[in-house]
Design a protein around this ligand. Structure first.
Ligand SMILES: Cc1ncc(COP(=O)(O)O)c(C=O)c1O
Length: 410
């Protein structure tokens, strides 16, 4: 078989490149340049097999960088230095799985509580670990209904509670109030575990001091994606777990010479190097600046959409703009994430004002009714017909500006 391999790969790159300009519906930052790391390391296998603290034989791993990444995430989240553990995962889902698996091993009879706005990975993980679960109501803005949580936890007074809070829900980027959840857990006799699924917002909130896993927080674990705010060009993430007793204490695997504490055995060392590159190159101040610029663009987007007559809003900390679902042509062109009547765009770092202006222009064009056609005036009998040498009159063909109000399609 004769396959033009370079042409196939080039086709993929061209297609992705063409789609990038109108890709504002999903939360991957596009402002960081990882080309150098991929060029230097991408041609060989880097396998961070096993626990980050135990190095396998040989040198084909990036465990030193992984330890630096875990330490940076833990410091940024104010985790106590003597009570922290974590590793680089394949993404937010594996982080949630590792944390909930560990919590469930510790509290075998626990019920898992998660909100209706939680990510779809949570019910899947509940199924995988074989736990019982209760879905808690979410408010229309995406935040958990704490009164409902408290009532549901009280209904099961003998069972520990594992509560999943979300920091940055998938549709509205709502942040559940971990202080209120901590208080519910503190009043619950059998206790439990508070896990935060912070796939998108974990780092930006922590950089602002709005998310801390310190002694007072009551938070036992957190999962963060690496390809969202940090824009790593491959799916990855970090999970952090407090409370030594909650962690999996896997055995020592003789032939790899590593401890088996992670969900995956072989793990991607390139992902750890890419994450390390992002934090070493930009530092906390650089990432704070990226988050601030992105939030300013998000505020601008709300202003522009509202001025165009299209309902839109955002949480004050959010990169996400929630809007009424636009017509299909706009939705498809801009790859909007849509859930029925509601859609969102996300101003991740790297999205530009020019993209937002073009997006708003497309919405405006889609909702502006075509100008009413003006009846052609009948030629007056006295008027001489235009001579062949004269240009045709165009004035009557130019429609008057429409004064019709903008109307949203039904
Ligand atoms: C709130 C939340 N949790 C978890 C995930 C899953 O993360 P990943 O796709 O990295 O597995 C996402 C991804 O969109 C998310 O938004």
């Amino acid at each position: 078989m004769d396959i033009d391999v370079p042409a196939v790969l080039e086709h993929l790159v061209d297609r992705a490149h063409a789609a990038a300009a109108t890709s504002i519906g999903f939360p991957g930052a596009v402002d960081l340049d990882y080309t150098d790391v991929v060029a230097r390391l991408g041609h060989r296998l880097w396998n961070n097999i096993g626990d980050p603290a135990t190095d396998p034989g040989g040198a084909a791993h990036t465990k030193a960088l992984e330890r630096a990444v875990v330490a940076w995430f833990a410091d940024t989240l104010a985790m106590p230095p003597d009570d922290r553990w974590g590793y680089v995962t394949t993404g937010g889902t594996e982080g949630n799985l590792a944390a909930l698996h560990a919590a469930h091993r510790r509290h075998r009879r626990a019920v898992v509580y998660y909100s209706a706005a939680a990510h779809y990975s949570i019910p899947k993980i509940v199924d995988v670990i074989g736990a019982r679960a209760v879905v808690i109501n979410a408010r229309p803005d995406g935040e958990m209904d704490y009164a409902h949580l408290a009532a549901q936890v009280r209904r099961r007074p003998t069972r520990p509670a594992i509560v999943v809070a979300t920091a940055g829900t998938t549709m509205t980027e709502a942040v559940d109030d971990t202080t209120r959840i901590r208080d519910v857990l503190a009043a619950h006799g059998p206790g439990g575990h508070l896990h935060v699924d912070a796939a998108l917002s974990g780092i930006p909130l922590a950089l602002d001091g709005q998310l801390r896993i310190d002694d007072g927080s009551g938070i036992g674990s957190i999962a963060i994606s690496g390809h969202k705010f940090l824009g790593v060009p491959m799916p990855c993430g970090v999970v952090l777990i407090r409370d030594r007793a909650a962690r999996i204490h896997g055995g020592h695997i003789t032939y790899t010479n590593t401890a088996d504490t992670t969900i995956s055995g072989s793990r991607c060392g390139l992902a750890a190097a890419l994450l390390w590159h992002a934090i070493a190159s930009y530092g906390r101040e650089g990432h704070r600046w990226r988050a601030s610029e992105a939030r300013q663009l998000a505020a601008y987007t709300v202003d522009r959409l509202t001025a165009a007559g299209w309902p839109a809003w955002r949480h004050p900390h959010a990169f996400t703009i929630v809007l009424d679902t636009p017509p299909a042509t706009v939705r498809q062109k801009w790859l909007l994430a849509t859930d029925g009547a509601v859609s969102h765009v996300i101003c991740m770092p790297g999205v530009t004002r020019r993209q937002i202006d073009a997006f708003v222009a497309d919405i405006t064009a889609a909702i502006t009714p075509p100008a009413a056609s003006i009846p052609r005036p009948r030629a007056r009998p006295t008027e001489t017909p235009p001579s062949r040498n004269q240009p045709p009159r165009t004035d009557v063909l130019v429609p008057a500006p429409s004064t019709a109000p903008r109307r949203r399609p039904t």
